[in-house]
Structure formats: structure tokens, C-alpha cells
Design a protein around this ligand. Structure first.
Ligand code: BGC
Length: 750
């Protein structure tokens, strides 16, 4: 006798198989269709092609190559992709990373425009600019022979120690979603399949291959899934990378609930899923049944094991057909069988693309502190200006002494000549001043990193001398220089040696030697400006009161140095705002997170997302934590006044207000719309970002800003109804300059 549960399972499996049979029987109906005919619908072409393939040929389409093999057999380059099939005319699918610029596996000879880092573009809050930058990256990918972008990273910055935070946009799901969707649309409209990753709840590097992240459905739905949902539903993303980690006990590559029930059935995803590379897949049949299409980047679990599973009846061939269908359909839809996309080589690092990179860098610096309006610095003829710090000048070619990117696959190889140094750019603008440079201290490197670094460095004469000195000597020289200077600019921060894929950050403070440098320099000179470069939050407590000004640059492309100099001397008005919170110290982050003590050693130990939906500013607001700089914060050299808030109710709520530039120079303001649900049956955040606008205003100019709100802006995920719910009652619409400074507000009833 079968139990009821078993019967239900049987019926469910039967109906799945029936629908697959029905789906593919259309192939017979359309049997006349020729998959080689570009005028035939992609759906029919895919079905026709599958009907002509053997089981082995189909399974071969479900394995990627790369990681030491290379899709083209070139071990050194290790280019990722799936092999084509010459007999059937299936093209190779070449995968690259288009996250910061273009990266082709480990092939250092493939260079591109280094356009941005996700957290850097997030600081611009400029979705239109990101769209243009993404078009440029897509065009370069096409020119370099790629078809699919292994990105971008839509994970939420849950904690600032996460090594890949720099590769993500924000702690906020709405900001992440708005940027992510622009990227997806731009990529796919220009010939590159877009593959948001790492689906889902992939928020740390420690134990990244087996960590079990435990979180409630409401937390998933409200915080970690929205950006993926927007990418699929609004952006039409045709690829998703399933993360290494487990969610509530199930590896993401085996997670049918997330990969099929939610991604495909609820959101209507039509593309194919890739596993994260190497250890993403952990089984054969459960992975295939979950709807995970392609094992990257080997045939460890699919390949012959999948063929055997079909042959011994463990899995129906129709399921393999569906996995292959998703991939071939996507390739047909994107025109990859018809060689539709072409770009000339000259598009790579074209002047137009460099201009976009410059715009990104100019818009992304965040002015955090400006005591007595000390910035912009005046160009005082004959004054002595000292530019000091390990990030003020790179060691050319150094793998780790790199101030431009975090480490790992998100980075790209750029043209060395395109990347200038802050000290040189500052000297160009401040040419009436006497500009001097001192390194101050080294970027902290581990022993192994030091060895690699020594081999790759191509230092110029000045650097060569510095490389051999120790921190003590470098700091001494810097202090001597600071002492005889009128003004000091300290360029500090971290690099890929401190934050990287595969490695979480050790601390949220600047490396010890850099904090020491700031403290020593400020003892002898009171006119100190600090420029921080990095991809995540810094605890500035030990030194911020000793300096007059602070500008924060998240990694933001090859033009960072030029933009930095322009902002320091007022050629560009800073306009970036923080896409993450800056509490006073990292200890203010939720307790119980594995980052608090970093003791996650046991593979089976679960990592509980105890803060639930209260991530980032949602958490700090709830707990009334004192902030150094709140989410959304950023100063300008001009001032803005907000007025005339109007809220028009309807199916869509229309919000409008006016911003006036009341200062003497033009500037950009990023207005933020937050919503607070005043009465609710479940705990809701004090405010949540639901809209924003970046507005350019000339001195004295006013502009009316419009933001519309659909119902989903007011909804929460009800754990009891298991659905999105808008509860009737009062909602406060708040317009702020950041998440702690609300200028206008109005209550409406829903
Ligand atoms: C990373 C992915 C990346 C892949 C290929 C993995 O280790 O987690 O983000 O796309 O490698 O480089």
C-alpha cells in the first residue's frame, strides 16, 4: 500500500512527465522546421535540434569547460564556456566576466576598458549612466568574442567584511535591483546573455563552498531575492548562476524550490541556469531534477554519470531534453546560431568608452567630511602640497599593490597606460603648487602575496627605492615631508589583497600601518585631507576627528585618479552618496553573524541570518544605532533645498517635489524616497528605500522631481498568507537627502 504522500508524489511526477512529453511532442508537429533557418521561432528551432541529437550529444551540451582546461583547450588562458558541436552546427558558448570591464578567464592578454566596480557605480545612483556603461562593456565583450556574462553580482552586502562586497552594489535590495536590471537589459540588447549571480543568499567567502545559510522565506523574499526577480521579470535575464552555498539545508544547485518553483514558475524565467564553478554541483540526479542546466566547469556530476542515470532509469530523458532546450532556446533567441553580433576590435577601449569611465569616476566620489568647507582646495601659488599614501601611486604591474579593484574573478585586466596615479593627476591640476610625494607605508601583504608581487612588479625608479624600504622608514619620510608642507593629501585604503573572492576582510579598519601613518602625519600637520579607496565600509573612528576632509572612493574604474584630483580642487563637484551604511564601528552590526569572531569552522554548522529583514540601515534604524555616516549620505560643494511635496493617490501613487540648488555652483543631488508603514501586523522597517532620482542643477536652478510608486512599494511578504500583502492603513512617504535626514514627508492612506 502506498501512503498518501507517496501517491501525491507519484501524481506530481506523472504530471511533470506528461507536460514534458506534450512540450516536446510539438517537435513532431513542427518536425518540418529546420533549426538552421533563422526565420523559424527560437522555440521551434530548439525543439527541432533536440529531436536530432543523441543522448550523449545532449548531455555534452550541459557541461562547461574552463578552470585549467579552457574551452579552446588552452590551459593557460582557461577561457570558460561550453563546447559546440561541429556536426550539428552548435556554436561554442564563450563565457566571460563583464562586471568591471571584460575578463576572459585568466588570459591577461585580454584587456578592456576598466569601466567601474559595482559598488562604485552604486555610489553614483545613476541608472542611466550604468546602462550606458553596460552597453559599452557588452560591446567590448562581443568584440572579444564572448557570448555570456558571468555576472553581474546581485548579492546584498549583508556585512562589510564579506570579501566580495566590492563586487555587489549595496545593502539595499531596491537600489541593487534598479541598477541590476539596467545591466541585464543593456547586455542582452547588445548580444551578451546576462547571468546575474550568485543565486541566492551568497554573502560571505568563508566556507563559501558548503556554508548553510538559514533564513526565513520573508527575509529571502524582501531582501535577497528582489534584485534577481527584477532582473528576470523586468530585465528578461536569460541566465542565472546558482550559488555554491546551501539555503535552509539544500545546496543551491539542488534547490528545486528556488531554481524551478520560484525562478521559472513564479517569475517566468526562460533561460538556463549555470552552477557556480568547480564545487557548485554536488550530485547528479537531484541537481538535474532541480532544474540546474549546466555544470561548470567540468563533467564531474553530469557527463557520463548523467547519461548512465538516464540509461538505468533514474531519470527520464525528457528531463535532459528540457535542460538542453533551455540552453539552446536561449542561444537561438540571442541569435548565436546566426552569428548575429559583431563589433570591431576598435571598440575596445575606444575614446567613447573611456569617456564613460571618466563620467563614472567623476560621479562616484562621496564627500564624507568637509570641516569649514576646507574642500575644494585652493590653488595657492608656491604652496607646498604633499601627496602621501600607499594608494597615491601604484607599483605598476603589482598584482596586489593595486588600488583599483578588489580581488577575484570580478576584476578585469586593463591597459596599464590608461591608469594614472593620484599624485600625477593632482600635480597636473595643482601645477602652481610645489607637489611632492611619499609612499608612507606599504599595502599590507601576506608572505605568499609578497613573493608574487615581487615577481610581477615593474616599478619605476622612484618606486624601486620604496619597495626596498620598510614601513618604519616610509612613515618617517612621509612625516618629514608633511612637516614642511602647507597641505597634505593622504590617499589610503585597501586593495585586492584585503578584499577578494575567496577571502573575507579581516577588519573594517584601515590596515594598521595606514592608521599609524594618518596619526603620525596629523601630529605634524593640521591641514590633512584623507581620500579613502576601497570597496567596502571603513571604520574611521581612530583618526577621523584629526583630519579636515574625507572623500571616499569606492573602486570605480580606470579614471579614478583624474576624477579624484578634479574633486579635490573643485573642477568637479562631488555628488556620490553611500550605497552602504557607515556605522561608528563594525561592532554595531548584528550579533551572531559569523563575521563576529569568524568562528565558522564546522562545515555542518548553520549560519543563521538572525537579523532577518533588518539588514544594513534597516537594522541600524531599528536599533537606534548612532551612525558615522548613514546609508545614502554624501556632501556637495553646493546646497540644495527641498519643497512642495505632493502625493497624488491612485492605482499608482504619484509623488512630486521640488529641489533648488541654493548655492553658487552647479551640482547633482540624489533625492531618496523612503516609505514607512505606520501600522502593520508584522514588524516593518522604520523606512525602506522605494525610489530615488539623481538631478543636475545649475546654481539657483529649481527642478520638479517625479517618482511613481506601484503597489509593490507598499507590500511585505506575509508569512501566513505566503504572498505579497499591502495592509490597509497609513503610510508615511518620506523624501530624504539620506536615510537619516528626511526633508519632506506626507502620510497617505492605503
Ligand atoms: C566565482 C564566480 C565566477 C567563477 C568563474 C567562481 O569561483 O564564485 O563568481 O564567475 O568562479 O570565474
Amino acid at each position: 500500500m502506498k501512503t498518501i504522500k507517496e501517491l501525491i508524489k507519484l501524481v506530481a511526477n506523472f504530471s511533470l512527465i506528461c507536460s514534458l512529453v506534450l512540450f516536446f511532442s510539438c517537435t513532431e508537429v513542427n518536425g518540418q522546421q529546420n533549426y538552421k533557418d533563422a526565420n523559424t521561432k527560437p522555440e521551434d528551432r530548439a525543439k527541432d535540434l533536440i529531436s536530432k541529437m543523441t543522448l550523449e550529444e545532449k548531455v555534452a551540451q550541459l557541461n562547461g569547460l574552463g578552470n585549467g582546461h579552457g574551452v579552446f583547450g588552452d590551459k593557460k588562458a582557461g577561457v570558460f564556456g561550453t563546447k559546440g558541436n561541429e556536426k550539428l552546427g552548435i556554436p561554442t558558448l564563450v563565457m566571460g566576466h563583464g562586471i568591471t570591464g571584460v575578463r576572459s578567464g585568466r588570459d591577461v592578454s585580454v584587456k578592456s576598458t576598466y569601466m567601474l566596480a559595482p559598488i562604485g557605480i552604486a555610489a553614483t545612483w545613476d541608472t542611466e549612466l550604468y546602462s550606458r556603461a553596460s552597453v559599452a562593456i557588452a560591446k567590448e565583450m562581443v568584440a572579444l568574442g564572448q557570448n555570456l556574462n558571468l555576472g553581474t553580482t546581485l548579492n546584498i552586502i549583508r556585512h562589510p567584511l564579506g570579501g566580495r562586497g566590492w563586487e555587489c552594489f549595496s545593502e539595499d535590495p531596491y537600489l541593487t535591483a534598479q541598477l541590476g536590471v539596467e545591466h541585464v537589459k543593456a547586455m542582452q540588447a547588445n548580444g551578451i546573455i546576462s547571468g546575474p549571480k550568485h543565486f541566492v543568499a551568497n554573502n560571505q567567502e568563508q566556507n563559501r563552498h558548503d556554508i548553510n545559510n538559514v533564513l526565513e522565506e520573508r527575509t529571502l523574499r524582501e531582501i535577497y531575492l528582489p534584485a534577481f526577480k527584477t532582473a528576470v521579470v523586468e530585465g528578461g535575464a536569460l541566465n542565472i548562476m546558482a550559488a555554491y552555498n546551501r539555503v535552509n539545508g539544500t545546496f543551491m544547485c539542488e534547490n528545486k524550490w528556488l531554481l524551478t518553483d520560484i525562478l521559472r514558475d513564479e517569475w517566468g524565467f526562460k533561460g538556463f541556469v549555470l552552477s557556480d564553478f568547480g564545487k557548485g554541483v554536488q550530485s547528479t540526479v537531484p541537481t538535474a531534477l532541480a532544474g540546474m542546466n549546466i555544470e561548470m566547469s567540468s563533467a564531474k556530476w553530469y557527463g557520463s554519470k548523467l547519461v548512465a542515470a538516464v540509461n538505468n532509469g533514474e531519470i527520464k530523458e525528457s528531463i535532459i531534453d528540457k535542460l538542453v532546450y533551455d540552453k539552446l532556446f536561449t542561444m537561438f533567441k540571442m541569435g548565436l546560431f546566426d552569428n548575429k553580433w559583431k563589433q570591431p576590435k576598435e571598440v575596445v577601449h575606444s575614446q567613447e568608452h573611456q569617456n564613460i569611465a571618466l563620467e563614472v569616476a567623476r560621479k562616484s566620489g562621496v564627500l564624507l567630511k568637509n570641516k569649514n568647507n576646507v574642500l575644494p582646495l585652493a590653488l595657492k601659488k608656491g604652496n607646498k602640497l604633499a601627496v602621501i599614501g600607499p594608494n597615491a601611486k601604484r607599483y605598476v604591474g603589482g598584482v596586489y599593490s593595486e588600488f583599483l579593484q578588489g580581488g577575484g574573478s570580478g576584476g578585469c585586466y586593463y591597459f596599464e597606460d590608461a591608469v594614472t596615479n593620484p599624485v600625477d593627476e593632482i600635480a597636473k591640476i595643482a601645477n602652481v603648487m610645489e607637489v611632492s610625494y611619499a609612499r608612507g607605508c606599504h599595502i599590507e601583504l601576506k608572505k605568499k602575496q609578497k613573493k608574487i608581487e615581487a615577481k610581477t612588479l615593474m616599478p619605476d625608479a622612484l618606486d624601486l627605492a620604496d619597495v626596498k624600504k620598510d614601513d618604519k622608514q616610509l612613515t618617517k619620510e612621509a612625516v618629514e615631508l608633511a612637516e614642511k608642507s602647507d597641505q597634505v593629501i593622504l590617499v589610503v585604503g585597501i586593495t585586492g589583497s584585503q578584499e577578494s573572492e575567496g577571502r573575507d576582510r579581516k577588519s573594517t579598519r584601515l590596515p594598521e600601518n595606514q592608521e599609524k601613518l594618518i596619526n603620525e602625519v596629523t601630529k605634524v600637520n593640521k591641514n590633512v585631507i584623507v581620500v579613502m579607496v576601497g570597496g567596502s565600509y571603513f571604520d574611521t573612528s581612530s583618526w577621523i576627528d584629526k583630519v579636515n576632509g574625507v572623500i571616499n572612493y569606492f573602486y570605480c574604474g580606470e579614471k579614478l585618479s583624474q576624477a579624484m584630483a578634479e574633486v579635490l580642487f573643485g573642477k568637479v563637484n562631488p555628488s556620490g552618496k553611500l550605497p552602504i551604511s557607515y556605522p561608528k564601528s563594525a561592532s554595531q552590526y548584528p550579533k551572531g553573524s559569523i563575521f563576529q569572531g569568524g568562528k565558522y569552522k564546522e562545515k555542518k554548522e548553520s549560519n543563521i541570518y538572525s537579523e532577518g529583514i533588518f539588514v544594513g540601515y534597516r537594522y541600524f534604524n531599528k536599533n537606534k544605532e548612532e551612525m558615522r555616516f548613514p546609508f545614502g549620505y554624501g556632501l556637495s560643494y553646493t546646497n540644495f533645498k527641498y519643497s512642495k511635496l505632493k502625493v497624488k493617490k491612485g492605482k499608482i501613487v504619484e509623488v512630486s517635489f521640488t529641489i533648488k540648488n541654493t548655492g553658487k555652483i552647479s551640482g547633482d543631488e540624489i533625492a531618496q524616497l523612503y516609505i514607512h508603514d505606520k501600522e502593520s501586523s508584522v514588524p516593518r522597517p522604520i523606512r525602506e528605500l522605494k525610489g530615488f532620482k539623481r538631478v543636475s542643477l545649475k546654481a539657483g536652478e529649481s527642478k520638479k522631481v517625479h517618482i511613481t510608486l506601484k503597489d509593490d512599494a507598499f507590500a511585505f511578504w506575509s508569512p501566513t498568507k505566503k504572498d505579497w500583502t499591502v495592509e490597509p492603513g497609513e503610510f508615511d512617504i518620506q523624501i530624504g537627502v539620506n536615510s537619516r535626514d528626511i526633508k519632506l514627508s506626507k502620510i497617505i492612506n492605503k
